[in-house]
Design a protein around this ligand. Sequence first.
Ligand code: SAM
Length: 244
Amino acid sequence: MNSPWHISILTLFPEMFPGPLGHSLSGKALENGIWSFKAVNIRDFAQGVHKSVDDTPYGGGAGMVMRPDVIEKATLSIENPGRKIYLSPRGKPLTQKLVQELSEEPALTLLCGRYEGVDQRVLESQDYEEISIGDYVLSGGEPAAMILMDACIRLLPGVLGNEDTVSEESFSSGLLEYPHFTRPAQWTSADGHIREVPEILTSGDHSKIRDWREGQAESVTKARRPDLWNIRENARLSGKKPKK
Ligand code: SAM
């Protein structure tokens, strides 16, 4: 029986999973059956003595391309694939809004590319959606799949145990989060500086603390991510709710 959030991973390296996801929050959630996964070895669907999964690119050029027939067979072997995702630098960016959406799907299939990527025809025939984790190139889709999964798992009901945490986090209201402080209230760093916690945080005045945090979140967003700030400002000026 699958858990409410079941992930099938198509990979040439099934032993990489659950990897880091078997630890801490996600590991506990895995143990508790909040999510489950099956790593499918793409090579099991290759033919011939060499079990080749890749071939040279038509049109020439460097590198190898994953074969459509092998990827198709591997995809069709999955009983309940749900939404099918190919992790790819050419994909749409993985945002917190998309993470939220994917965490609400009962099942996902994540295709991890290697080499130069996957033959375009099978991505189309099998309706793969392409998702990128950022504007840089990894050597394989496995770390990208893990990042996508980690971001989704922490949103699954029962994983964090405190819904407020998520609603105040970076990106959930279109802003980066305010800064955090903990004990000691006065701390001398290695350079001899005495560093205090902002006074307002020890005042016990919750409404003032809320306003201060909001102000901090706004100024850090304006300074570090003018792109996010502009989206929020444009939404505010047009009377729309800011997008996540
Ligand atoms: N030739 C591809 C390109 O320039 O777009 C890069 C291929 S990369 C070496 C091999 C695999 O790593 C890809 O097929 C993809 O599955 C994965 N990958 C690399 N960068 C990624 C990213 N930013 N987001 C998601 N997956 C990525």
